[in-house]
Design a protein around this ligand. Sequence first.
Ligand SMILES: *Cc1c(COP(=O)(O)O)cnc(C)c1O
Length: 376
Amino acid sequence: MWGIMRATRAIIHLERLKANLAEIRKRIGPKPAICIPVKADAYGHGAVRVGIAAIKAGAKFLAVASVQEGIELREAGIVAPILLFSLPIPEELEDVVRFHITPLVPDAEFAHLVGKTAEQLGEVLPVHIKIDTGMGRIGCRPETALELVKAIEAYPSLHWEGTATHLSVADSLDPDDRAYTEKQLERFNEAVDRLRQGGYNPGILHAANSGAVVLYENSYFDMVRPGLLAYGYPPIPSLSGIVPVKPVMELQTHVVFVKRVHSGESISYGRIWKAPQETSIGTLPIGYADGLPRRLSGKLSLSIKGVRYPLVGRICMDQCMIDLGRDSPVQRWEPVTVFGGTEADPTAADLAELVGTIPYEITCGINKRVPRVYVE
Ligand SMILES: *Cc1c(COP(=O)(O)O)cnc(C)c1O
């Protein structure tokens, strides 16, 4: 039924991805296109399957962070436009051109390098310019966008297709952050106006990540690029419900061993937990090497049929233990949800909060050893 069988697996609910895209569409209205970032193996969900599902659900663009990620999509037969969010080194440019991956161009030097490569290969490559309006990562200063466009124009091998910026605090409700985001959008609008006044068509304009989709209607332009929201998480917990999305990844494992322990007996490495009374302990074949952070030891409760059971003792590399209680009805071989099953279950955001990180890091951290099982 499940393809690859392993007791521990990430069930990827593509039907929820589709529903999340429908919610995003409801939010942004009929006009803006949707670009789905599938970088980092689609935030751990599997780039190829997610990419195909996203396009079927109406996404026009996909986006990756590395050339290699773009190649993976092309080799799987995906022909949709693929944006490249990070900068490649010159040695990677041939692949950028050959695999028709659309780079974000931040300066004239990069425009020359990629323009020449495309020229040598006899191709015409679409590019978007990237304007740094305050993220401080890659992009030209807004006042130099016109120069950059002229550098691109010098190469018939480049087709200037769009203009982008990225927002650094769009997921924050803090008044200073809100003012900063408005300032970034204003700078972007001014730069775009200057390009138009210079006689250019800036093409597809895009700026919005998940936070901006939820909070800034004036950031939608011609295309939005929500990642986290598509995967089922609001940008911050207090913004949940505005765009009602559901976790796409359900991390599941199984109870593979159950034993009785007596009061005072210890569980796992370091003996940090001792049974306060007689109880049943279940062993699960999932550990930090699967991406369950070791720092969750003693903090998280996992869900069996909607009932929570606390992790006890240290999380090991490949296994961990839960306290099933004295008179638990839980049987050996029962499935256990770590996160993302039903609404009663923990979410990746809950795990993230317990260890002081963000849900992105939790889903990205579920690694290769955990098979992805796709349900539509
Ligand atoms: C990762 C990324 C996004 C998506 O961010 P989310 O917070 O997941 O919505 C959008 N744009 C750029 C440039 C990115 O690097």
